[in-house]
Design a binder for this molecule. Sequence first.
Ligand code: G6P
Length: 608
Amino acid sequence: MCGIIGIRNEGGDVVPWLVEGLRRVEYRGYDSAGVATLVEGHIERRRAQGKIDVLEQRLAEKPLSGAIGIGHTRWATHGLPIERNAHPIATARVAVVHNGIIENFQVLKRELEALGHVFETETDTEVVTVLVTSLLEEGASPLTAVARTLGRLEGSFALVFLFADEDDLLIGARRGSPLAIGYGASTLALGSDALALASCATRVSYLAEGDIAVLAKGQVTISDAAGAQVERLVVPISKAAAGVGKGRYAHFMLKEIYEQPRVIGETLAELIEPATRTTCLPAFPFELGALTRATIIACGTSYHAACVMRYWLEKLARIPADVDVASEFRYRAPPMQEGGVAIFISQSGETADTLAALRYAKEAGQHIIAIVNQPGSSIAREADIVLSTLAGPEIGVASTKAFTTQLAVLAVLSVAIAEARGALSREHAATLLGTLLETPALIEEVLGGDEHISRVALWVERARDVLYLGRGTAFPLALEGALKLKEISYIHAEGYAAGEMKHGPIALIASDVPIVVIAPRDGVLEKTLSNVEEALARDGRVVLISDAEIIARFEGRLAYGISMPRSDPFIAPLLYAIPVQLLAYYAAVVRGTDVDQPRNLAKSVTVE
Ligand code: G6P
């Protein structure tokens, strides 16, 4: 949430790099954007309401130069997303970009106002610039002023500071929100993630909780929360992060949908030994077979992956499993018995609620497994063991390939837990793992039906409301289908357990309310089909996603059928995710919405 960057370039102008860096983290928020540099020692800013394109126009009208600067793309929390509240927030002495929330800003603001300081914005961030400025005016050095200011702040944040008359100094600090350091040939930089830094740096290191980094004279000095000087591991920026583009696709989302066979294959290749069809997971620091209970926690689309895993764990491993959204779990603060495992699923690895839930579960004595797409992320760092999804950078705000690679990891983990508990025989496990290895090819087949799905979307797009129904593992997919449609096309959609239809949603049935039914060939298929009949009997218009034989049973009574390859029900969630993603994508394209950056959303939700 909010992308931040700061660059010092010994070779000259930083503004093009700042803008390119911001573009790469625009998925973190796009309410407003801005940059600040030093021009003859003075802080100069250009800011604009709206996306980075608008900022670029502003820069074209009124260019800005400078060899040191900071930049920000905003997802508004405090204060309207207008230019006045756009970052960098600055006084004459210091400019700052901020990702996160200063929770005690009102107390600090009142205190500073009582001392005669005047505030110009409605942001929580401004207390930081005003506090630092007052300390600088008292004669403190920039580093002392920052350190003392940080000591007064509550909340979570990553901050990058630029100081007037300091043309070789950037200071970064992290507490709760991510911040990385980039190292290039002529540059040193700070940014929200490796993606932000990939255009101006070739290597990266991640600040730990409480770290302060000083970038000056071509050197980086890091001190930890206790004030001790520390080193952080520097690693090359991956090629994937460096080369992010849409290629031949109209949108990142479509590109990412099409990448799924490859990235699922790559993810599975790390977890399954194909010759023996055995799992090859990293060594667990606890006994998988001795676990007594599993609690699976996530937010958004990752939560839907969590819901699928519960079915797999209960069925295959016969272990009691709970699932919850992180924002509820953390404040519900449920009692947890020793000996349990808590599994946290997060694409970004930075979602504030998921991270807080992880910390709660750790305190409560649970073993912690993290499933993340960002190995250097906070959730990864705080877990006992990390299983990575190898989805690569996901730029489309609506998650697609991160979801299915999560499912791939969770499927393997479920089999491993089941085997370790003795609930699954070696032979059965080998069959399931072999089936999983077939998913990339089957997804290729599903993608072949893309054009037909785009025609179905032409009808769905005209609806005001859409219902998604499914049973078993298809229920979370119904939730995911509805979420995808809502978030990118702005059509109201509801996901329901098909068996619940008669308890309410059945009242909504009308010829202009598409009912998308997800019906893989599993143990509850016939029950789902009975629900389809109930809908048809009430003149409902059904889009049935199932295999061709099942669709044929309805002899033309369906509005549309979306035909899927026959498969083992175990892998159905991975396959059936594809048509619901494509349906939402094409509906949004026809509606003309901003598919990759839907309104009000952001990808990395680092505030609660
Ligand atoms: C946001 C994104 C979703 C994502 C959710 C959880 O809402 O728009 O795509 O599923 O956050 O994010 P995480 O990074 O924890 O998976």
